[in-house]
Design a protein around this ligand. Structure first.
Ligand SMILES: [Zn+2]
Ligand SMILES: [Zn+2]
Length: 79
């Protein structure tokens, strides 16, 4: 009798990363050439907005590619 070989099936630790805004998978995006292509990302962003999958206002892809760009109104309290 052979010992059962643990399968990668049980590796629940590395769960996929999804964009919090549109729900797209991000794990492969980080390694793809698209991550450096702002035009591709912006196009994707527009498509996502059109299909109304957005919960926020900026796709995480845009955020990854352009982390310096402001993401909507800032939470400044006037006192
Ligand atoms: Zn998206
Ligand atoms: Zn997104």
């Amino acid at each position: 009798m052979k010992k059962p070989i643990p399968t990668s099936h049980e590796s629940i630790q590395d769960k996929p990363i999804y964009c919090t805004e549109c729900g797209d998978k991000l794990e492969d995006f980080c390694f793809s050439e698209d991550a450096k292509n702002l035009e591709v990302i912006r196009k994707h962003h527009e498509v996502c907005k059109k299909v109304k999958r957005f919960k926020g206002d900026q796709c995480s892809r845009l955020f990854i590619a352009e982390p310096t760009e402001p993401i909507g109104p800032t939470d400044v309290e006037d006192q």
